[in-house]
Design a protein around this ligand. Structure first.
Ligand SMILES: Cc1cc2nc3c(=O)[nH]c(=O)nc-3n(C[C@H](O)[C@H](O)[C@H](O)COP(=O)(O)O)c2cc1C
Length: 213
């Protein structure tokens, strides 16, 4: 389950982060506050570059269930609990990502309104997964999910930040920062930490019978 809200720090964070990367050569954990803050800004730059594409925003909105009245609210997609959004924030997200996005962007407001910088900067750390460039994508995906489980085992919640890996310029910056060799690619980046709330959240999941066809 992804945690898309902010994080609170704990004295155990550093030790827990070390266990995630221990004994493996495909994971880099970034723990320095200044580096995390800088990458948080890169995350925003990457995200807005994708959000400027109409089709991308359309698909994102298609998966978002911003009101409890949405007919598929508890069935699939990203509901308010999954997005860690209040009713007001969800209403705002729908407006910003909807028809007025371009106007807001022209006024220089869109980037600020969709910023996740504060959430990323609150993370205990960033966990980067590098896999061999020519590895089968399914195998890399398996490593991605197993890494997510290892993060959970270390006591953290996590949110993948795919924009950091998908935007070529930011991806290259992260590869340089982590000094990975040429034969590897950045598969994804997780921001990890302890959620601000201990409240149990319910994310929509399709019934098993609908998944196995
Ligand atoms: C390859 C991959 C990339 C993902 N990238 C993102 C992402 O950039 N942002 C995000 O919020 N969730 C991302 N997710 C998480 C999924 O959207 C989904 O949230 C997750 O599988 C768990 O569902 P949940 O949101 O109900 O917890 C990604 C998942 C996968 C498998």
């Amino acid at each position: 389950m992804a945690w898309r809200g902010a994080f609170v720090s704990s004295p155990d964070d550093d030790a827990a982060l070390r266990t995630i990367a221990a004994g493996r050569d495909d994971v880099v954990c970034i723990r320095e506050r200044a580096a995390i803050a800088e990458i948080a800004t890169w995350g925003d730059q990457a995200e807005i570059s994708f959000l400027r594409r109409d089709a991308h925003r359309r698909e994102l909105l298609h998966w978002m269930r911003l009101s409890r009245r949405h007919p598929r609210y508890a069935r699939d997609g990203l509901n308010r609990e999954a997005l860690a959004m209040s009713a007001a924030e969800a209403l705002g997200a729908g407006i910003v990502l909807g028809s007025i996005f371009r106007a807001l962007d022209r006024l220089g407001l869109a980037a600020m309104l969709v910023s996740e910088r504060a959430k990323t900067a609150s993370a205990a750390g960033l966990v980067l997964l590098f896999r061999p460039k020519h590895e089968d994508a399914l195998v890399s995906g398996r490593h991605f999910y197993r890494l997510w489980l290892a993060i959970a085992r270390a006591g953290f919640s996590a949110c993948p930040m795919s924009a950091l890996a998908d935007a070529p310029d930011v991806n290259a910056r992260l590869c340089a920062l982590a000094r990975v060799d040429d034969g590897r690619r950045l598969v994804n980046v997780f921001r990890v930490g302890r959620p601000q709330t201990t409240k149990a959240v319910s994310h929509a999941r399709l019934p098993v019978a609908d998944l196995i066809v």
